[in-house]
Design a protein around this ligand. Structure first.
Ligand code: HEC
Ligand code: HEC
Ligand code: HEC
Ligand code: HEC
Ligand code: HEC
Ligand code: HEC
Ligand code: HEC
Length: 326
């Protein structure tokens, strides 16, 4: 009997471990090759922090210098982003391995998103081409030169898809608004594109009551883009005269939020949701979404236990039968 108990214990242990590792693996299945870390470190030793060292051959010693803040790539963000598996030199010339970098490298054209993502089956669900068309219709693209590129909003080093995957609504609203505010609340990047004044968002939206609450619960693009049911995130930012100002566009039964902010979550429930503002916006929904995740995990573990019970039952039968025949 003792061996059976020990045996049972080992089996339980194995199954629990398998279930746990399965759950963990589901959470983050991207494995970054150690070579990538090692190789990128040759760049990040300088570009990963606010200061760097180089050997000055004239004075024959190491010199410490400040890194241009716009040239810093945060390694934690980088290895959490869409392009985490990339080598820096997949997108930048390998000649950057040399320092000082050759002046000629500055002239080198940089990749655009579409250079890699256009026509690729694997990313078809994102509809890059359609996003590209929408973007080219937007005020940003039509009023500005070619300097306004996708990378102005999507830092190729740090952008991580949110609306599609982030279950924490407050968090992804913040993330998406931050994308706009990197220019509309900060002059340095804005000035790359125009010499105009950058009006304060708080002032230009002073007609909106309870701004803080609104900006926490809706994204800038809810009011500033044309609704497009084909793509998940609308990209045609309209001229300011066409922005949503009417309260009832959201505070009503057919709120436009159902076609924008809530379109992913509510695609199935939309018909019977019979929208009431409170139901739609209830924080409980978000908590529910999170709880679902744990329920999923739990159900996997429980499934493991059911299998285990069947397994032990079978083994015990075999062992008992075997002993009987002895
Ligand atoms: C010894 C420190 C150091 C190392 C190592 C280094 N860089 Fe740089 N890098 C700099 C400095 C300083 C600048 C800004 C001055 C300049 O352009 O030379 C810079 C500029 C750049 C720029 C911007 C050029 C421009 O003006 O548009 C890119 C891109 C770049 N580095 C990529 C890389 C990559 C990729 C690697 C690794 C293969 C790398 N760097 C390794 C220090 C370094
Ligand atoms: C997926 C492609 C991609 C990868 C991978 C990538 N970069 Fe870049 N990088 C770009 C693009 C595109 C730009 C130009 C951004 C812009 O125009 O705003 C850029 C710009 C830069 C700049 C100059 C910043 C500026 O504003 O001009 C530096 C420095 C840099 N990258 C360093 C790195 C380092 C270090 C790594 C690796 C840790 C890396 N990059 C990986 C695409 C990439
Ligand atoms: C040098 C080619 C290249 C460039 C330039 C590039 N990407 Fe990517 N991108 C890739 C590859 C390859 C992957 C898949 C990475 C992986 O699975 O580890 C990817 C992944 C992604 C993903 C996540 C896909 C997923 O399902 O996880 C998004 C979103 C994305 N890229 C958006 C962009 C945007 C926006 C730009 C422009 C700012 C851009 N990419 C520029 C090659 C590129
Ligand atoms: C004015 C800012 C802005 C510009 C310019 C912009 N985007 Fe976006 N884009 C956003 C915002 C905000 C999101 C929402 C981010 C999220 O939650 O993932 C987004 C999301 C995306 C997504 C993810 C959508 C999904 O289905 O999950 C892709 C892919 C994308 N953009 C590609 C592009 C490409 C390609 C360009 C250039 C043609 C571009 N974007 C230009 C603001 C911009
Ligand atoms: C509730 C809808 C709504 C939201 C949310 C919203 N806006 Fe606006 N926004 C408007 C309207 C309407 C105008 C036009 C105001 C006017 O003409 O008086 C406007 C004007 C603007 C302007 C032009 C200002 C000027 O006078 O030149 C900018 C830039 C802008 N918004 C950016 C943003 C950003 C960034 C966010 C997110 C942080 C945001 N908006 C969120 C409705 C909104
Ligand atoms: C790279 C910087 C940058 C980013 C990021 C950015 N904008 Fe802008 N935006 C500008 C500039 C510059 C203008 C001034 C356009 C002009 O010349 O009138 C502008 C203008 C606008 C206007 C006013 C258009 C008009 O009719 O005058 C709106 C609305 C706007 N942006 C919304 C947004 C939204 C929403 C986002 C995020 C999805 C965003 N912007 C992200 C730089 C940016
Ligand atoms: C883009 C959609 C949108 C527009 C346009 C809009 N709102 Fe809202 N409003 C919201 C959301 C989302 C909330 C957050 C509700 C919550 O979480 O309690 C909100 C909250 C409010 C609240 C606070 C309600 C409470 O529970 O405390 C008031 C008051 C309000 N809005 C009034 C207005 C007025 C007045 C206008 C027109 C000038 C307006 N809103 C335009 C989406 C919008």
């Amino acid at each position: 009997m003792k061996t059976i108990n020990e045996f049972r214990f080992v089996v339980v242990l194995i199954i629990v471990l398998m279930a746990t590792s399965f759950v963990i693996a589901q959470e983050d299945d991207t494995v970054i090759d150690p070579y990538t870390y090692e190789q990128n470190e040759t760049c990040l030793q300088c570009h990963g922090q606010s200061s760097y060292f180089y050997y000055n051959e004239v004075v024959e010693r190491d010199i410490k210098k400040r890194m241009n803040p716009f040239f810093i790539v945060d390694s934690a963000e980088y290895y959490d982003a869409n392009h985490q598996t990339f080598l820096c030199i997949d997108c930048h010339s390998y000649e950057y391995e040399e320092f000082p970098h050759s002046g000629q490298l500055r002239m080198e054209p940089k990749f655009g998103c579409l250079d890699c993502h256009a026509g690729d089956e694997e990313y078809a669900k994102y509809k890059f081409e359609e996003i590209d068309d929408e973007f080219h219709k937007s005020v940003h693209s039509s009023k500005h030169s070619e300097d306004f590129t996708c990378s102005m909003c999507h830092n190729p080093h740090t952008y991580k898809i949110n609306a599609r995957t982030n279950e924490n609504m407050a968090d992804f609203i913040l993330y998406d608004n931050e994308i706009c505010l990197t220019c509309h609340a900060e002059i340095s990047k804005y000035q790359l594109l125009t010499t105009m004044d950058n009006p304060s968002v708080l002032e230009t939206h002073s007609w909106l009551p309870n701004q803080v609450l609104h900006f926490k619960n809706v994204r800038c693009i809810e009011c500033h883009t044309e609704i497009n049911n084909d793509i998940l995130v609308a990209h045609n930012v309209l001229p300011k005269e066409q922005a949503v100002k009417l309260c009832v566009e959201c505070h009503s039964k057919d709120s436009r939020l159902l076609a924008s902010l809530y379109k992913y979550q509510f695609t199935d429930e939309r018909s019977n949701l019979g929208f009431s503002n409170k139901a739609m916006l209830d924080e409980a929904y978000v908590i529910g979404a999170n709880r679902n995740y744990y329920l999923n995990a739990l159900s996997i573990v429980m499934f493991g236990f059911v299998l285990l019970a069947l397994f032990i039952h079978a083994i015990l039968r075999i062992i008992i039968n075997y002993k009987r025949h002895e």
